[in-house]
Design a protein around this ligand. Structure first.
Ligand SMILES: [Zn+2]
Ligand SMILES: [Zn+2]
Length: 164
């Protein structure tokens, strides 16, 4: 999904609205999957020769729970905030946060992907109180108790073990 900034590239103060449906391509090793094209809305503004992009969206994503490994769907809101400047207008001592722009086209799909990765929770849980899986029999404990004896072992038995 390409966005052409040419209409505002050389016009200080000019705005370009973003109202796009972005198909996000997945990459190897991703621990999530975008289930549908993502609506991204916002704008790019030419401020003092740099192009400031502000946009937001919400993606339907399939995730797998870190605790019970069950797959589930979640809505992940994200924000894209980037600054671009024409490559030849960037001086040597320029701000490292500014992305050099070769030509006038930016890839909205790539920006959306990056923003989404940043927006994912660091701990992915299917629900706040996910009970996880039983370490003994592997049953998903959200579906009910497995009946395993998971009481902590009495430390006195440990001492006995060591004697033997
Ligand atoms: Zn879970
Ligand atoms: Zn069990």
């Amino acid at each position: 999904m390409e966005l052409n900034l040419l209409p505002i590239l050389n016009c200080e103060g000019k705005r370009l609205a973003i109202d796009a449906t972005v198909a996000v391509a997945m990459r190897d090793g991703d621990n999530f999957k975008v289930l549908a094209p993502v609506a991204v809305k916002g704008e790019v503004v030419n401020i003092g020769g740099s192009l400031e992009l502000q946009a937001e969206g919400e993606a339907s994503v399939a995730l797998s729970c870190d605790r019970c490994t069950e797959e589930f769907e979640s809505q992940i809101p994200f924000v894209i905030a980037e600054r671009f400047k024409k490559e030849d207008a960037i001086g040597e001592d320029s701000n490292p946060d500014i992305i050099p722009l070769a030509g006038s086209v930016i890839d909205l799909a790539e920006l959306t992907y990056d923003a989404l990765v940043m927006a994912l929770p660091s701990k992915i849980l299917c629900r706040e109180d996910c009970k996880g899986i039983c370490a003994n029999c592997g049953k998903n404990l959200n579906l009910g108790d497995c009946g395993c004896d998971t009481r902590p072992v009495d430390p006195r038995f440990d001492a006995l073990d060591q004697l033997l």
